[in-house]
Write a protein that binds this ligand. Structure first.
Ligand code: SAH
Length: 493
C-alpha cells in the first residue's frame, strides 16, 4: 500500500488570486480535503471529481467540528494511505492550529508536509495600503492573538511588553476585544494618538478599512459596525495608508457588476472586471448544448459562414469527430460574424477571409460586398436569425444551414437572482442572455441596476421586454462593453 500523506496547506486570506501555485496543485491531486470556512471562493473548483470534501469549519458561529475530531480524521485518512489536504485560511502555522495537527500526525507516524500561505496579518494591511514594516517607521512586526481576554489573570500576553514593542502590532481575532486591547496598550505606555487600522474582510470583495487612534478606535469600530474577520494593526505605519491606498482607486472599486454570459464564456470578461476592482456576480442565464448534426462535405461550398465563437468550436469538434480537420476548409472562403468568432476560428488554424466591422448579420452581408458565392453553408445555433440566409439567397446563392448547438436556459438560484437585482450593473452579451435572464430573474431584476448591452440585437431584445440599455458597446465585443461600462461609471461620478 502506498503511504498516505497529509499536506497542511494555507489557502491565503480570501482573494482567490492569493492561493499559491503549490496549494492549487495539491488541491487538484488530493483524494481527501478537509477545509475551513475562511478559504477563498472557488478554491475547491479544481479538486478531483472523486475527491472526498469534508467541511470542518464553523458556520456563522455555530458549532464547529472539535479539534480532536479533525485530528482523528487526518490520522485516519493518512493511515488509510490517502493523499490528504488540510486546507486552512491564511497560513496554517499562524493562529491556524497547524502546529498541533502536525504534532498529532508525527505522533501517529503519518507523513506530513506544510505549504505556507499568505497570512491575513500581512495581506489585509497590504490591500489597505499599509506596509507592516517601513524603514525608520517600523523595524519589527509582532503577530498577536486578540482572542483571549486581556483581563484574565493567566493571560499569556504581556501587555506592558507589547506596549513597549518597537514596531507594528498586528492583532488577529481581536474585534470584540478591541476596547481592552486599546486600553491595555495605552496603560502600558503607547501614545493614545498612535494610529490604528482595522481592516475587515481583507482582500475580499467589500474590504473595509478604518483608520483611527488608540484613543478612539474602539468607539469608531463599534460605530462602523466592524465585524470579524478583521485585522487590527497598531503602529505609525497605519498612517501611510493616506498616501499608499490603491485598492479603492481602481476604476470599478465598490461596483457590483453582473455577468449573464454562459459560464464557459464568462471568465475573461469577469476576470477583467475584477482586475478593475469590481465585485462580479456571475449569473449565467444561458448554457449552450451541442445538438446532433452532421457537417456535410465542405468542398461542396464556396462560402462557409460561422456566426458565433461557440459555433466555431462546435464546427471543429464535428470535423474532428468525423476524422477531418482545418484542411476541410482549404478551398472555402470563410466568413466570421465578428472578431470573437474570428479569434475562435484562428484557435483551430483558420484565418477568416471576411470579418465585418459591425458584428451582426447585416454587417456580414455588407462586408461580402460584390462577392456572389453559388453555394453557401452557414454553421450556427438553433435560435439564429434568418437575416443572413435570406440576404444570401436574395443574391442568388443556394444556402444550407447546419445547426450545431442550441442555447438553453440555465436556472439561477434565488440568491444569485437577488444579488443580480441588487448589483450596480447588469451586462448582456447576446439577445438570448436577455431573454433567459429575464425569464429566470423576473423583470423587476432590472429595476435598479444600470444596463449594458453588447450591441443592437441585444438592445432590441431589451426593448422588446420593456427595458432599455443605459449604454451600448462600440465595438460590439466584450472589450467594447467593458470600455462602455467604464465610460458610464466615469460619467456617473
Ligand atoms: N491562519 C490564518 C489566521 C486564522 S485566525 C492566517 O494566517 O491568516 C482567524 C483570524 O484571522 C480572524 O479572526 C481575523 O483576525 C484574521 N483573518 C483571516 N482572514 C481575514 C481577512 N480576510 N481579513 C481580515 N482578517 C482576517
Amino acid at each position: 500500500m502506498t503511504r498516505g500523506i497529509v499536506h497542511l496547506v494555507g489557502a491565503g486570506p480570501g482573494d482567490p488570486g492569493l492561493l499559491t501555485v503549490r496549494a492549487l496543485e495539491l488541491i487538484a491531486s488530493a483524494e481527501v480535503i478537509l477545509h475551513d470556512r475562511l478559504i477563498p471562493k472557488g478554491a475547491l473548483d479544481g479538486a478531483r471529481a472523486d475527491a472526498e470534501l469534508i467541511y470542518v469549519g464553523k458556520e456563522g458561529g455555530g458549532p464547529s467540528m472539535g479539534q480532536n475530531e479533525i485530528e482523528r480524521l487526518l490520522v485516519e485518512h493518512g493511515q488509510a494511505g490517502k493523499r490528504v489536504v488540510r486546507l486552512k485560511g491564511g497560513d496554517p502555522f499562524v493562529f491556524g492550529r497547524g502546529g498541533e495537527e502536525a504534532l498529532t500526525l508525527r505522533a501517529a507516524d503519518v507523513a506530513f508536509e506544510v505549504v505556507p500561505g499568505v497570512t491575513a496579518g500581512i495581506a489585509a494591511p497590504a490591500y489597505a495600503g499599509i506596509p507592516v514594516t517601513q524603514r525608520e517607521v517600523a523595524s519589527a512586526v509582532a503577530f498577536i492573538t486578540g482572542h483571549e481576554d486581556p483581563d484574565k489573570p493567566e493571560s499569556a500576553l504581556n501587555w506592558a511588553a507589547l506596549a513597549a514593542f518597537p514596531g507594528s502590532l498586528v492583532f488577529y481575532m481581536g474585534v470584540r476585544a478591541l476596547p481592552r486591547i486599546a486600553e491595555q496598550l495605552i496603560a502600558g505606555g503607547r501614545p493614545s494618538n498612535q494610529a490604528v487600522a482595522v481592516i475587515e474582510r481583507g482582500t475580499l470583495p467589500g474590504q473595509r478599512t478604518l483608520v483611527a487612534t488608540l484613543a478612539d478606535v474602539a468607539e469608531r469600530a463599534q460605530g462602523e459596525k466592524i465585524r470579524a474577520p478583521a485585522i487590527t494593526l497598531v503602529g505609525s505605519v497605519a498612517g501611510l495608508r493616506e498616501q499608499l491606498q490603491w485598492l479603492e482607486q481602481r476604476p470599478l472599486h465598490g461596483r457590483r457588476v453582473t455577468v449573464t454570459r454562459a459560464r464557459a464564456q464568462a471568465s475573461p470578461l469577469a476576470a477583467r472586471l475584477r482586475e478593475l476592482g469590481a465585485e462580479v456576480i456571475e449569473a449565467p442565464a444561458i448554457r449552450t448544448v451541442s445538438v446532433e448534426a452532421t457537417v456535410p462535405s465542405l468542398a461542396d461550398y464556396e462560402l462557409v459562414c460561422v456566426t458565433s465563437p461557440n459555433g466555431a468550436h462546435e464546427l471543429f469538434a464535428r470535423l474532428r469527430a468525423s476524422g477531418r480537420d482545418a484542411r476541410a476548409l482549404s478551398d472555402c472562403h470563410v466568413a466570421a460574424i465578428g472578431p470573437g468568432t474570428a479569434a475562435a476560428l484562428s484557435q483551430h488554424g483558420i484565418v477568416a477571409d471576411t470579418v465585418p466591422e459591425r458584428p451582426v448579420a447585416e454587417g456580414l452581408v455588407e462586408a461580402l460586398g460584390n462577392y456572389r458565392p453559388r453555394r453557401v453553408l452557414i454553421a450556427r445555433g438553433k435560435q439564429g436569425r434568418d437575416v443572413l440566409p435570406d440576404a444570401l439567397r436574395a443574391r442568388g446563392a443556394e444556402v444550407d444551414v447546419v445547426v450545431l448547438y442550441e442555447t438553453v436556459a440555465e436556472p439561477l438560484s434565488p440568491d444569485v437572482a437577488q444579488a443580480a437585482a441588487d448589483s450596480d450593473y447588469v451586462t448582456f452579451t447576446s439577445a438570448s442572455t436577455v431573454r433567459f435572464f429575464l425569464e429566470a430573474a423576473g423583470a423587476d431584476a432590472l429595476q435598479k441596476p444600470r444596463i449594458g448591452s453588447i450591441g443592437p440585437a441585444t438592445s432590441e431584445e431589451l426593448r422588446s421586454h420593456g427595458s432599455k440599455p443605459d449604454f451600448e458597446a462600440v465595438p460590439h465585443t466584450p472589450d467594447g462593453l467593458l470600455d462602455a461600462l467604464l465610460a458610464d461609471v466615469a460619467h456617473q461620478i
